[in-house]
Design a protein around this ligand. Structure first.
Ligand SMILES: [Zn+2]
Length: 241
């Protein structure tokens, strides 16, 4: 081979190598990136962990048991959470207010029956917008979890918006990410044990659309770890049990 050709082949090879590295770096789902992140996650027996009762997975594959019950306490207005984490939420809302940020809770604990009603009414709404009933149901299930599979049924999740949200919106939408409330939550929610549960990059892992308004209590220690890892609870959790 001529030296020029060897050089060309080497450069080509090097570019492929760089391309792969970039793929690993920027693809949030690349196995290498996940492995690297997971290796740095402390175990569930970690001494610093708090509120381990709240550290479990609830999703389509991991429903709550049929006999699930929860003791509730108020967070804001009539919105309630599990009494063991309601205080953390109240503190978060109070501290945000001190920073001049008004966090408005628009959903918290929902009974399984309410979950069923929400799913049905949203399906109907999509049908009225022109979707077929099968299509509407499928779309609705992407946004509203089946009964027993929602973190709201467990009393562990809050949906938070701005106080004037409904003046300019008729639905909860991803542009919540452009609010000062979202910026404050991104900076601070983990200090109170809450994580933004459904990140944009992991819709295919969580099975739920990007929801910048949905915050899930997992305990202060793990909220910090999860935030730092950038991974959704599914990956994080998988490494522990
Ligand atoms: Zn929610």
């Amino acid at each position: 081979m001529k030296p020029g050709k060897i050089l060309a082949v080497s450069i080509f090879g090097y570019l492929i190598y760089i391309g792969f590295q970039l793929f690993v770096m920027f693809n949030p789902n690349s196995p290498e990136r996940l492995r690297n992140a997971q290796e740095n996650i402390p175990s569930a027996t970690e001494q610093r962990a708090d509120n381990l009762w709240a550290y479990y997975l609830i999703n389509a594959d991991n429903p709550l048991p049929a006999d699930f019950t929860v003791g509730l306490d108020k967070v804001q207005g009539n919105y309630m959470l599990d009494e063991r984490c309601a205080g953390y939420a109240r503190q978060m809302i109070a501290d945000a207010a001190k920073d001049g940020i008004e966090l408005t809770v628009v959903s918290a604990y929902r009974s399984v029956q309410k979950q069923q009603e929400n799913l049905e009414s949203y399906t109907q709404r999509l049908i009225s917008l022109g979707h077929s009933s099968t299509e509407a149901r499928k779309l609705a299930e992407k946004e509203i979890a089946l009964p027993y599979t929602s973190e709201h049924n467990a009393g562990l999740a809050l949906d938070i918006l701005t106080p004037d949200w409904w003046e300019t919106h008729d639905d909860v939408t991803a542009d919540f990410e452009n609010t000062e409330q979202f910026r404050w939550l991104t900076e601070n929610a983990h200090k109170y044990g809450f994580i933004m549960r459904y990140p944009k990059e992991y819709e295919n892992v969580t099975g739920i659309i990007y929801e910048p308004w949905h915050y899930r209590f997992v305990g202060v220690f793990y909220a910090g770890e999860i935030k730092e890892s950038g991974l959704p609870l599914e990956y994080f959790y998988k490494t522990h049990f």
